[in-house]
Every structure is written in structure tokens, then in C-alpha cells.
Design a protein around this ligand. Structure first.
Ligand SMILES: Cc1cc2nc3c(=O)[nH]c(=O)nc-3n(C[C@H](O)[C@H](O)[C@H](O)COP(=O)(O)O)c2cc1C
Length: 179
């Protein structure tokens, strides 16, 4: 039997360096994990070869090239760590990168999407960010922000928030889409 497919969309913030943690949890949950990564995640945080080994899929950073296998259809999507930048651009309808185009399409298709942000309190205090989170929620997307989800940390303390980043909550939310 083929496994349900989880797209893991990885943006450029600290927890991306620990993305193996959520992949391991997802595989324990019987997901077939396909990673999609933003240019910032690739430049600063990811080891693409290690990710390919772990998931069995090439990490998608751009549109499918000739000869490259197509991604299987997503059962559910987790965006984590979700940056201020990606959340705002996506909510505004900007689709000027591969990842943002995918998110726009997946949203329009109604595929279940869970967003686990990683932003500090200064970024989270911006009105535009609050508007973006509302907009995504109104589009049916699960944004795990606030009590019971990701709680923003003070600026310059992100390094200390790494070990408590609640990957498990994103997976629990995605799990309900599998049933
Ligand atoms: C070392 C480093 C740490 C960063 N940490 C964060 C962060 O915690 N949250 C965030 O929203 N952006 C963070 N950024 C900034 C984003 O990477 C930047 O806004 C980038 O444009 C995001 O692109 P993306 O949304 O396409 O991944 C960080 C950047 C670097 C280089």
C-alpha cells in the first residue's frame, strides 16, 4: 500500500538546521516525506544530500526539470519553520518563487496545510504579520501560533528556542488529514 504523502516546506530560520527531527517523527507516523525548500533555507541551513538520503526524494527548490521525477500528490503539507517573509508573501498572494507558487496552488486546491512559524516577538508584533496569519486562517489553513502552538521568543534568543520548537504539534495537526 502506498503511504500518504507529506510535503514539508522549509523556510530560512534556525529550526531548519534540525529538520531531520520532524522528518524522523513523520516517518514514524508512516508518512512519505517530500521536502521543498526556499533559497534562504538552502543557503543558510540545509544539507540537501543528507535530506535526500533521509527522505528518499530529491529536495525540491525549483520547478521540475526534464528527467526529474514528479513529486507525488500531497495528502497534507507542513510549512516549518515558517518565516515572517514567507507567511506575509503567501498571505498577500505573491508567488515569485517555487515554494510560494506551490503554496498558492496547494491552498487553492484545498490540500490540508499546517503552518508552524518561527518568529521573534518583534516580528510577530507587526500588524502586517497578524493580518497575514488571519488571512491564512480564513483560507482554511491551520496556523499554530500562540498558546498551544508556537509562542514567539524575544529577539536574539532564537538559539535557545530550538530544542522546544514544537514539531510534534505540526505533525499531530497533519495526522488528522491522513484519516
Ligand atoms: C541565520 C539566520 C536566521 C534567521 N532567522 C529567522 C527567523 O527566526 N525567523 C524569520 O522569520 N526569519 C529569519 N531569518 C530571515 C529569513 O531567512 C529571511 O527573511 C529570508 O528572506 C526568508 O526567506 P524565505 O521565507 O523564502 O525562507 C533568518 C536569516 C538568517 C540568515
Amino acid at each position: 500500500m502506498t503511504k500518504p504523502v507529506l510535503y514539508l516546506v522549509i523556510c530560512g530560520a534556525g529550526p531548519a538546521a534540525h529538520i531531520d527531527r520532524v522528518i524522523t517523527l513523520a516517518r514514524d507516523d508512516e508518512w512519505d516525506v517530500c521536502c521543498l525548500a526556499t533559497p534562504s533555507a538552502v543557503e543558510h541551513f540545509l544539507d540537501l544530500d543528507a535530506l535526500e538520503q533521509l527522505t528518499g526524494h530529491v529536495v525540491r527548490t525549483g520547478h521540475q526539470r526534464t528527467g526529474q521525477p514528479a513529486l507525488p500528490k500531497a495528502t497534507a503539507v507542513i510549512v516549518a519553520p515558517a518565516t515572517y517573509n514567507t507567511i506575509n508573501k503567501w498571505a498577500t498572494g505573491i508567488a515569485d518563487t517555487y515554494v510560494l507558487t506551490q503554496l498558492a496552488e496547494l491552498t487553492g486546491l484545498g490540500v490540508p496545510i499546517v503552518v508552524l512559524p518561527f518568529v521573534n516577538t518583534a516580528l510577530a508584533a507587526n500588524r502586517v504579520f497578524a493580518r497575514s496569519v488571519d488571512e491564512l486562517r480564513e483560507s482554511g489553513i491551520t496556523v499554530l501560533l500562540g498558546e498551544g502552538g508556537f509562542v514567539p521568543h524575544p529577539p536574539r534568543t532564537g538559539g535557545q528556542a530550538m530544542d522546544t520548537y514544537p514539531w510534534n504539534l505540526a505533525l499531530a495537526a497533519a495526522r488528522s488529514a491522513k484519516r
